[in-house]
Write a protein that binds this ligand. Structure first.
Ligand code: 3PG
Length: 212
């Protein structure tokens, strides 16, 4: 992981997800998150034009670290890399994407939820993984169990994380950061209520500061 990404996550260990098909709304959402203190943003590829939104954020904002999530294939990984993605997230672990990201030196967070998956990521040379879906995969007790054996692996729990359980996850030393969509509610984005998104982001920053 780059020093800069590591420092940003150290300062504010929360990665909001943007799932938006409209590029202008994606940019406004990213700016609202940044205003609230969150500068590492994952744009998930769950609609046809999501990647255009990521490209627009990269072009129209400054100082953000923007990655692509829900990357399912090696071709997608290459494409988002070419578009400027600064990190890549997948829901599961695919070896060819992992090898590509390691070769390119781009941070890669594959979803893992079992000891076998974490060990495969470890064997590939990864030392940071997503823990997904965090709440259904056993939450804090499962992370405690996994980190007791994978002592130098760091996890990014995502899936079911919210303001209500953020503290519990962030209090674990093995947690690098938490990801989630609770910071970008669909209804708020749809009606352009960006002040709500900024408030959710600044609340998350405050929770993270008292948890760490
Ligand atoms: C992901 O892509 O990581 C999850 O779908 C996010 O889960 P959440 O919507 O519960 O935050």
């Amino acid at each position: 992981m780059s020093v800069e990404l590591s420092q940003r996550l150290e300062a504010a260990p929360v990665v909001p997800l943007i799932a938006e098909n409209d590029a202008a709304r994606a940019v406004s959402t990213a700016k609202a998150l940044a205003d609230g203190g969150l500068s590492v943003i994952e744009v998930v590829l769950r609609s046809n034009d999501a990647q255009k939104g990521m490209e627009a954020i990269l072009a129209e904002t400054k100082g953000l670290i923007v990655g692509a999530g829900t990357v399912l294939t090696l071709d997608q990984a290459k494409s988002v890399r070419a578009s400027g993605a600064q990190f890549i997230v997948s829901p599961g672990l695919v070896d060819d994407i992992a090898r590509y990201c390691l070769d390119e030196g781009i941070p890669f967070f594959p979803g893992t939820m079992t000891a076998g998956e974490v060990q495969r990521a470890y064997a590939l040379g990864l030392r940071e993984v997503k823990f997904f879906p965090a709440s259904l995969a056993g939450g804090v007790p499962m992370l405690k169990a996994l980190s007791s054996v994978f002592r130098d692996m760091r996890f990014m729990p995502t899936g079911g994380v919210s303001a209500a359980n953020l503290t519990d996850f962030l209090q674990l030393p093995c947690v690098l950061a938490c990801g989630g969509s609770w910071l970008t509610p669909k209804e708020a984005v749809a009606i352009g209520d960006y002040s709500q998104i900024t408030k959710l982001a600044s609340d998350a920053v405050a929770i993270a500061q008292s948890a760490r």
